[in-house]
Write a protein that binds this ligand. Sequence first.
Ligand SMILES: [Zn+2]
Length: 143
Amino acid sequence: MGVLFKKELSEQQLNELFQSDEKCFEFLAGVKWENGFTCRKCGNNNYCQGKTPSSRRCTKCKAEESAAAGTIFHNCKFPIHKAFFIAYNVCKGKEEISTYEFARRLSLRQMTCWNFRTKIHQAIDKMDSLTENERLSIQKILR
Ligand SMILES: [Zn+2]
């Protein structure tokens, strides 16, 4: 999560991410394999395209890894571009958006948004790379 939005993204990049699942997977793959691919099962560095968008398949042991595996977007029950919108706004948003507002804007159930936001907060709690300011703004949202 920390890595995810560490980079400043342009308005245009964000708009693309918030509209397209494929762009989100592409983005995740870029962050995840920034320093090259290493198979989690056998350590091999060679891969070919997997079955799902931006997933990678080890050429040696054939294990496939999705771009979302190991991130809060793994096993997300709703479109990942909507999850991106929530995650980005919770982490970086200048204004506070309620889960009701997320639900309205994204046509999701409020409970779905609430659950996902909780997941984000748990992920954030686990990170120790946060600055004091980031911590404070997150605590503000939690209240
Ligand atoms: Zn492998």
